[in-house]
Structures are given as C-alpha cells and as structure tokens.
Design a binder for this molecule. Structure first.
Ligand SMILES: [Zn+2]
Ligand SMILES: [Zn+2]
Length: 698
C-alpha cells in the first residue's frame, strides 16, 4: 500500500522526510527503508583501513570439535535432569533432520525427520509441531499454513550415500504409520511400539526474508522455524541436520567450518533453528579477522554490485571493531553476515542470530542508498550478538512457539539496540557526530508526534509485539492512533538514560557500563537457567537494579515513569548534561487536518483519521475517496500545491465519495499539533558539559 501522509499528518517528521520516517519500529530485527523505515545512512568517508580476504573457511580444530561434543553431552545432561516436563516424554536416542530440494522451482522443501526411540519405548506417540512465530519478528505467522504432504513410516531407511561402502544395499520396506492432525500446528504419529520413526513433509517457501524462507531457481535461503518442525517437549534434545543441495549449489551458514560441509550437529533444536542458511551456486564470501575471531561476509546479489563489495567488507570491519571496543571479543568462533541485495524494491529485512545475521536489502549493492542502508542494518544486527541473543530478557529463549511471545523488555532488546546501532555508526567513523544527532532528533520528532506515545508505554508496546511487529491485519484497527513502537521509544529511553548516567556521574559511568555489567552478571556468570544457552535471562527488576547500581542513584522512578508509564522523557535534563538542548519548532507547513491518504491507483483514499482532528470534526472517515479540495480535482501531483494555499483558520471545501454517493464538507484547519525537534548546541556550555559531550560523541 502506498501510504502518503496528507497535511501534516501525525506520524511523519516533515513533508520532506515522509518516506524516511514511517513507523520504522514496526518490524522485528531491523527495518528497511522501503518497508517501514528510516535507515538511509550518512556519507561514508573512509574506505582505507580494511582488507579483503579470500573465500575460505578455517578448519575447525579437533580440540574445538571435542569441546563441541562435550557441550552436547553436558547440555543433554542438563536437559535430562533440570526440567521435569521432559522426564514425562519418550526417551529418544537420536533425531536427524534431512533437508532436500529436488525441484527448486516448485518452492517446496522436502523435510524428513528420523527419530530413534529408546530400545524399549514406553510411549505410543510422537507429536511434531510447527512454530507459530520466529524469534526476532514477533507477529504470529503460523508457519504450519505452508506444510503439505505429511506422512510417517516405521523405521529409518539407510540413505544411499550411507551405503556407499556396503556390498549389498539394505532393502528397506517401511510401514506407514497413522498421522493425526491435532490442531493447526501439531501432527501426532502413532508409533505402535516401533523403535524408530521417519516423519516426512513438504513446506512451501517463497519469501526472501529473515523470518520466512525461499526456495527457487536461484537459491535456497531458510529461517529454521519456518521450515523445521520440532518434536513437542523434545526441543532440548541434540539434533543432526543433513542438507542435500542441488548440484553445484554451495551451503553457508553461521556454523559452517568447511566449504563442502553438508552436515551439522546442534546441541538442541533451538540452536538449529537459530542457524539460517544460504544455498546457491553463486554467492561470494569475504572474510576478515579481529582479535583471532573470523568474520565472514556472504553476499548474494540479484542486481549489480558496481564493484562495491570490497568497500563493504572494509566498512563492516570498522563497525565490528567499534563494537568490540565496547564489549571485547564475542563468545563465538566465527560470525557470518548473510547479505542479500534483492534488487526488487520490495524485500527488506534484518534478523539477528547467535553466530550470524540475515540482512536483505531491497536495492542493488551499487546504489549508494542501498549501500548505506546495509551498513546501518549491519551495525544494528551485530549489536544483537550481545543484546538479546545472549543478554536476553525472560521469555526470549528457550521459546514457547505454541503461543505468541509475551515479554516486557523489547524496548531494551530492540530499542537500546537501535540507539547503539546509531552510536556504533558514529564510533566507527561512518557517521559524523552531526549525522548521529540528526538521526536522534528525527527519532524524537517521530515519537513526540505519535498520538500513541501518550497512550501506550514502552513496556506495553513490548507486550503487544505480536500485533505491531510486522503483523498482517485483515480486521481494521486503530493501532496507528493507539500504539507506539518499542524500537524508537526504546532508543529514546536509551539515549536519555545514557546521558543522565554520564551527567550525574560526571563522566565516570555510562550506559555502556550498564550493558557490560548486565552481560557479565546474567550471561557470563549466572548458572544456566535452561538447556538452551549459557547464563540466565533477566527481568525488568534486574535491569533497574543494575542500572541504579552503575549510575549511583535510584532509577526505579525513571523506569516507572518512562518505560512502564507514558510520561515525556526528561530531554532537557539529559541533553543539558552534555551542553545540548532539544528545540521544538512548529512545522513550516501550518496546515493540520489529521488524516493520512493512501493512493489506490489514481484515487486518493482516506487511510486513517486522527482522533479529535479537524478531519474527524468535518465528518471524514476511513475509506472516503477525496475528489476535490477547494474545487480542484485531487491528483498525486497537485494536492500538496493546493494545500499550500490555505492557512490555519481557513475553511477548506472538500468533495468526497462514500458508498457511491458524492458528499461535501468543510475542514476547518487548526493550529499545528506536529512539531520538528532539533538537537542543538548550547552556546554557553561549561567545560564539564563540553568534556562530557566529547566523551559521548567520540
Ligand atoms: Zn533488532
Ligand atoms: Zn541467496
């Protein structure tokens, strides 16, 4: 839908910035400019310092392999002993996933799950379940809708490649087993006392996105939860994955340790699902090393690259170095940026994972805006290595995929990551401090003009993530007037909190210290709270305690008022500490009607009407078709020009069509309710203020 904002509508920042300021918080992971948002980065000034490396995966040392196997063993023990729900479930010896793609053009992945049960199985059934949603994008998508041709059989037939050294291949005649669909995501297999079961299905996949998957003539790109069912109550069990690519297609993911690898062992289903994978004949790989960790950049371009790939890897290395300067080396052996340049002006996404990220740009790499957008997304997603993937709020791993996510802290997980994504663009030298401040003032403008900012708190926004994070809406709703995105709202809570800590401690501490302390305490030093991952998840109370501790003053009230409540953030105090101030100015365009327009072909149709706005007072409603303004026919080209002729207090005659009837009304234009916010320097800043500003913006 092409939604333009009419007459100082209520979400955007200014007429010029309309395209860039639409709701960029509404996607999970990261957001693309043509989808929901503003991520066109600043000029890139310096391409000198990084080098390009040859395509090569380091071989994983035997020691690491042993550690990995030991890890699987330990995790298995924890799973077996720490979670009572699992003791009730059938004991399994092994789970193997086989992923085939015999006819890519059909968009159908073929999945086979082989399960070896204990020697004397006590249970009579196994439940296979498709996730309702996927971590990082919190709308409920019900991946089960793309499942077809489900069947099961007794036993596990040896694969041809397993029998290569066998003189006489085994004859395998599996018996079909009864499969009953229990609900819209679960299939029950009657195991009938068999000690092994093979479960097969196909899954349709034709979306290039970090949330969904795609199989077509060009490539296979998958996000685990949209392809792999788990065995109910057995997610903690180690799993093996074997992939069968078409001839000459190569496989890469964040856990690849050799170029020809086709098989992976994962400590549990969740880690497998967290390992998005690209399979194609023509992707490229560049690599660099920082602090003895290897970073890979996989690029699959559907458009022209314009020779920009080597510059891109150098700029990504700058971002990596800036983030490591804050955190130190991450807890991983290697990390892979999986980048697609889709060149379709449609597909755009970014999704965080433990050892990789999937980034899809809608443009071509050769385009400057696309290049800058990719860097902005890289900076955001890379910060997630720490914030959300390892330092994780309660409920975010392991996940319950049978119901929508229910977490209060996405304003930290995504909002603080938005803030740091911008900070790191500056710290890496890719943005100037002025560009950074311009971005933050744009976020203030977005949030302070959004009517939902007075109705929905950051915490509540997190709790309704399944409604607002990329959710499709068939039923009409009023979310544009009532909701707020935890991305920009959390970003502003982060910036204000950071400046308050810097100011009140006179530069001895910052939000960096809070984040590091949280990572230390909850991820590195706490006992494991589940089979899934190291350490434990944290709660809002944990955040308040650690922040207050680092800041040296009690922040309970701050979080209650601005994260749990909807009070305006203390911008003046926060920016004052660093000799800056936030200036509010009415939009230069004085007209304010309070409606958004969407264009359906050449028709101007009312998209939404703000509560208590002139448009509402004039009786305009959603879906009214605007015919003329002041007697002039409305077109895409002329409507702004017509509007410029009116000023506050004018009555504007409007002709519109509703239910095939032509009707008329007058809109009385009111004073502006929307403002532009700028961050500017205080001329009389003290030495201390200047020092704190330099510390912050360096
Ligand atoms: Zn994110
Ligand atoms: Zn691809």
């Amino acid at each position: 839908m092409d939604q333009l904002l009419l007459w100082a509508a209520f979400v955007a920042t200014s007429v010029r910035d309309h395209r860039a300021s639409r709701w960029y918080g509404q996607a999970g992971g990261m957001v693309k400019p043509n989808v929901r948002g503003a991520f066109v980065a600043a000029n890139v000034r310096d391409h000198r310092t990084s080098r390009r490396y040859e395509v090569q995966f380091p071989r994983m040392a035997n020691r690491i392999r042993r550690l990995f196997l030991f890890h699987i063993f330990v995790v298995g023990l924890i799973a077996a002993t720490s979670n009572t729900t699992f003791s009730q479930q059938p004991q399994l010896k092994s789970i193997t996933y086989r992923l085939s793609m015999s006819k890519p053009v059909s968009h159908l992945f073929e999945v086979s799950i082989e399960v070896e049960l204990a020697d004397q199985p006590t249970s009579t059934s196994l439940d296979f379940q498709m996730a309702k949603w996927s971590p990082g994008r919190y709308a409920v998508f019900d991946f089960a809708k793309n499942i077809q041709q489900v069947h099961a059989a007794s036993g596990i037939c040896p694969r041809q490649e397993d029998q290569a050294n066998t003189v006489t291949p085994t004859v395998c005649r599996p018996s079909p087993l009864l499969v009953t669909r229990l609900d819209n995501q679960t299939w029950r297999v009657d195991t009938r006392g068999n000690s092994a079961v093979t479960f097969n299905y196909r899954v349709f996949a034709n979306d290039l996105s970090g949330t969904f998957s795609q199989l077509d003539a060009r490539h296979a790109n998958f996000n685990g939860p949209s392809v792999f069912m788990y065995i109910a109550n057995q997610k903690a069990h180690p799993v093996r994955l074997v992939i069968y690519p078409p001839t000459n297609w190569r496989i890469v993911n964040g856990r690849t340790d050799r170029a020809t690898q086709r098989e992976w062992h994962f400590p549990n289903w969740d880690i497998m699902a967290d390992t998005p994978t690209e399979i194609a004949p023509d992707w490229t790989l560049d690599s660099f090393t920082v602090d003895s960790k290897t970073y890979h950049m996989m690029v699959h371009s559907f458009g022209d690259e314009g020779g920009k790939r080597s510059a891109l890897v150098r700029d990504i290395e700058k971002i990596v170095r800036a983030q490591l300067a804050m955190w130190g080396p991450p807890e991983l052996e290697s990390y892979t940026f999986l980048l697609h340049f889709a060149a379709d002006d449609r597909s755009g996404d970014g999704m965080e994972h433990l050892t990789s990220t999937q980034i899809i740009e809608p443009g071509a790499l050769e385009e400057p805006d696309t290049y800058q957008s990719a860097l902005g997304t890289v900076s955001h997603e890379f910060f997630h290595i720490w914030n959300v993937k390892r330092l994780r709020p309660r409920e975010l791993g392991p996940w319950d995929f049978s119901r929508p996510v229910n977490t209060r802290l996405l304003w930290v997980a995504e909002g603080f990551t938005n803030y740091y994504g911008h900070l790191m663009m500056m710290r890496s030298g890719l943005w100037t401090p002025a560009e950074f401040l311009r971005r933050e003032s744009r976020t203030i403008t977005e949030i302070e003009n959004a009517p939902g900012n007075r109705l929905m708190s950051a915490e509540e926004s997190s709790l309704v993530a399944s409604f607002i994070d990329g959710a499709p809406h068939e039923q009409r709703n009023n979310l544009i007037n009532t909701s707020i995105s935890y991305y920009p709202k959390g970003e502003l809570i982060g910036i204000v909190l950071d400046l308050m800590i810097r100011g009140r401690t006179e530069g001895r501490a910052s939000l960096d210290d809070v984040m590091r302390r949280m990572y230390q305490e909850f991820y590195l030093n706490s006992p494991n709270d589940s089979y899934y991952l190291r350490g434990r998840s944290y709660t809002t109370e944990d955040l308040v305690r650690v922040s207050s501790d680092v800041a040296g003053f009690d922040l309970t009230n701050f979080f209650n008022r601005h994260a749990r409540g909807v009070e305006v953030l203390p911008y003046d105090e926060a920016f004052g500490y660093v000799g800056l101030r936030v200036v509010r100015e009415a939009l230069s365009d004085p007209i304010n009607a309070g409606i958004t327009l969407k264009w359906q072909s050449t028709d101007a149709v009312v998209g939404a009407v703000r509560h208590n706005s002139p448009a509402e007072d004039a009786g305009l409603q959603q879906d009214d078709e605007l015919i003329s303004i002041g007697g002039r026919k409305v077109t895409r080209e002329n409507w702004l020009r017509f509007l410029a002729r009116y000023k506050t207090g004018d009555r504007v005659p409007i002709t519109f069509k509703r239910d095939r009837k032509t009707m008329q009304t007058n809109v009385l234009l009111s004073a502006p309710e929307r403002f532009v916010f700028r961050i500017e320097e205080q001329r009389d800043a003290t030495e201390l203020q200047k020092k704190l500003r330099d510390q912050w913006l360096r």
